[in-house]
Design a protein around this ligand. Structure first.
Ligand code: UD1
Length: 422
């Protein structure tokens, strides 16, 4: 298994291009199931999760062509001839559940393996199930698979989510586009990836209003057509690389970055003593002095502070002046990077969903590993400012969500390399 070696060498400067959003692409791709006409996504990120979704869609009979070195994905739902999402693929990636809504809406039936738990928490799919039931589908759990059917098609209805779920909102939104009548999704997720999905579905002919607010209304149509749609910027990749110059010093511009994608995160950086400036080409980040101030962070659904940036923020706060408290409210087990950061000399005390970080002057390089994507990248960020070498094992987590991490960080002066198979 490959690993990544980072050697802390001070300030970074230059530009980092930000890719299209993994999480948007993973919901835009299943939207291809909804139409017989081609759906083409531009600005797609080159990631192993995208390959997994490609494999899943191909297993359902869709054609997926990866063009321009993977930056363009051309898909067609015309050939769909298998309505079963197999455990062997679903277990690799929870976002596989996002084929449920489109399959049901377009073909009246779906069998989707339950994804099971994952490192950051139990992550059930009950809300996806309830949303489909609210649209008239019948669902039954058998042999580890959700068997869903709507023989006479889905019917519009009211879907009132008890908690905000990004994936369940996406499934509901896609399914409702072809349901008969009007659907209202209440307590909908407001993430930019939902807005991006709504824009794409509208380009395919769907009638949607209210995306980006907590009530989305969909007027079902008989069929959807094709579209070409650019994937929105990856706000989590953006936020991750914004933290690099915040941690090391220097000034880095994140090309394609937009403040509105990460307003709560930018406000926290400002409070910590890091300037974020919107330019014509992206976001420039520079800390105001040698010192980072401690700040308290609570993760929340959008527009709050994203859970997917909590680990990276913690890496920065390890060397802040004073004590920071990070509260994780979305996933129950998302502090696995804390003991690894402690091995690098950090002082983090985790109690349940709360982590208390007491700033230390310097971190020290160490061999570390992580069990999920965002935790892995937080260790790389910590390594950028640590004394000596940090070797991050289990790089396959990173490959799921960060394209060309070594090239991008080297481009701004980091000492980082990928070490093959040890
Ligand atoms: C998406 C993102 C993930 C991000 C998360 C929260 C993708 C591919 N992944 O995941 O990177 O961390 O949003 O911003 O877009 N829940 C239930 N029942 C359900 C569904 C969810 O109880 O049926 C719970 C989850 O366990 C979690 C909370 O709801 O505690 C929010 O999860 P959700 O927004 O659904 O996350 P995902 O869509 O899986």
């Amino acid at each position: 298994m490959d690993s990544i070696l980072v050697t802390g060498n001070g300030a970074l400067s230059g530009q980092i291009p930000i890719a299209g959003a993994k999480n948007a692409c993973l919901t835009l791709m299943p939207a291809a199931i909804l139409s017989d006409d081609p759906l083409t996504l531009t600005n797609a990120p080159r990631l192993s999760d995208i390959k997994t979704m490609t494999t899943l869609l191909e297993s359902l009979g869709l054609e997926v062509a990866s063009l321009q070195n993977g930056k363009v994905l051309a898909m067609s739902g015309r050939g769909a001839n298998n309505l079963r999402a197999d455990y062997d693929i679903v277990r690799k990636m929870r976002a596989s559940i996002l084929v449920l809504g489109p399959l049901l809406a377009r073909h009246g039936r779906a069998e989707v393996s339950l994804p099971g738990g994952c490192a950051i928490g139990a992550r059930p799919v009950d809300l996806h199930q309830r949303a489909m039931e609210a649209l008239g589908a019948e669902l039954e759990l058998r042999d580890g698979y959700l068997h869903a059917s709507a023989p006479n098609g889905l019917k519009g209805g009211i879907i009132d989510f008890p908690i905000v779920s990004v994936g369940a909102t996406e499934n509901a939104l896609m399914a409702a586009t072809l349901a008969k009548g009007t659907t209202e999704i209440r307590n909908a997720a407001r993430e930019p990836e939902i807005v991006d999905l709504a824009h794409c579905l509208r380009a395919m002919g769907a009638q949607i209003s209210g995306e980006g607010t907590s009530t989305i209304t969909i007027q079902g149509v008989d069929s959807l057509g094709g579209a070409t749609h650019p994937v929105v910027t990856d706000r989590i990749e953006l936020g991750t690389y914004m933290l690099a110059p915040a941690i090391t010093g220097g000034e880095v511009e994140l090309l394609g970055g937009r403040r509105d994608l990460l307003a709560a995160f930018c406000d926290k950086l400002d409070e910590a003593g890091v300037d974020v400036t919107q330019t014509n080409t992206g976001l420039k980040v520079k800390r105001r002095s040698d010192h980072i101030k401690a700040v308290n962070v609570t993760t929340e659904p959008f527009p709050g502070f994203p859970t997917d940036l909590q680990a990276q923020m913690m890496a920065m706060l390890c060397t802040a002046d004073g004590e920071s408290v990070l509260e994780e409210t979305i996933f129950e087990n998302r502090f696995m990077h804390a003991p690894e950061l402690n091995r690098m000399g950090a002082k983090i005390d985790v109690q349940g969903g709360t982590a208390k970080v007491t700033g230390v002057t310097r971190l020290k390089g160490a061999p570390v590993m992580a069990t999920d994507l965002r935790a892995s990248v937080s260790l790389i960020l910590a390594g950028l400012a640590a004394d000596g070498d940090t070797k991050v094992a289990r790089v396959y987590h990173l490959d799921r969500g960060y394209e060309k991490v070594v090239t991008k960080l080297r481009g701004v002066g980091a000492l980082i390399e990928r070490i093959k198979g040890d």
